[in-house]
Design a protein around this ligand. Structure first.
Ligand SMILES: Nc1nc2c(ncn2[C@@H]2O[C@H](COP(=O)(O)OP(=O)(O)OP(=O)(O)O)[C@@H](O)[C@H]2O)c(=O)[nH]1
Ligand SMILES: [Mg+2]
Length: 206
């Protein structure tokens, strides 16, 4: 199976126009502040501090590109996007972040899939449901990535997905693909890398 050989920070961009050229397949990580976007990127890349992690939500305010295996033909990008829906930043700046992310997601020809991160400890949140509906309206392919499963006990671990599915199926005909992860323990890494490997193979044909 594919693994990550090199991982490096490429660029922070305040606007989609400033982003690296769309030369390689890329995967954007989106979700509420503190859901674990930066941690998951580090976990996939097997690097401790590639993407900045903080106990303070709202840390990632720019579009951050990371290049995996830049020296190889099989190069791909991970993109860390600003988190949305964090109550302690002003409403104006919150909508500005969301607009930046939305402009980014709808303007990248090389965007293969959005990784929609959801905290496995929390019941379905309105802002997440709305964001997934927005992606569907805009024909953006996405997968659901549940985070922090190491924080669940056995009972909670068995219950969270059926519970989420029940909520989703009120609005959706079927569930998008689901990945269950722990950045702490490495759960879901192989599955996500396999998905990325398979999806990268489609890039040439875009
Ligand atoms: N136990 C556990 N903690 C996690 C996991 N993933 C992230 N965390 C913690 O959750 C907090 C937020 O993680 P980040 O990766 O910074 O979250 P983020 O989504 O990038 O946050 P913003 O950049 O503010 O949008 C940090 O304290 C992490 O250590 C996980 O899988 N397990
Ligand atoms: Mg972050």
């Amino acid at each position: 199976m594919m693994d990550v050989h090199t991982a490096e920070f490429m660029k922070s961009s305040a606007h989609p126009k400033e982003c690296p050229a769309p030369d390689f397949p890329e995967y954007a990580f989106i979700g509420r502040s503190n859901v674990g976007k930066s941690s998951l990127i580090n976990m996939l890349a097997h690097r401790n501090s590639l993407a900045k992690i903080s106990g303070t939500p709202g840390k990632t305010q720019l579009i951050n590109h990371f290049a995996i295996d830049l020296d190889k033909e099989t190069c791909w990008y991970l993109v860390d996007l600003p988190g949305f829906g964090y109550a302690k930043v002003s409403k104006t700046s919150r909508t500005k972040w969301q607009r930046t992310s939305e402009q980014f997601l709808t303007s990248r020809a090389n965007l293969m899939c959005v990784m929609m991160l959801l905290d496995s400890r929390h019941p379905p949140q309105k802002v997440d449901m709305e964001f997934m509906a927005w992606m569907a309206e805009n024909n953006l392919p996405f997968v659901m990535v549940f985070t922090k499963v190491d924080k669940l006990n056995q009972t909670e671990r068995a219950a969270f997905l059926p519970h989420y599915e029940k909520e989703m199926l009120k609005q959706w005909q079927r569930m998008p693909p689901v990945y269950i992860t722990s950045a702490e323990k490495g759960d879901g890494r192989d599955e996500l890398l396999r998905f990325i490997e398979q999806t990268n193979a489609l890039f040439e044909n875009l």
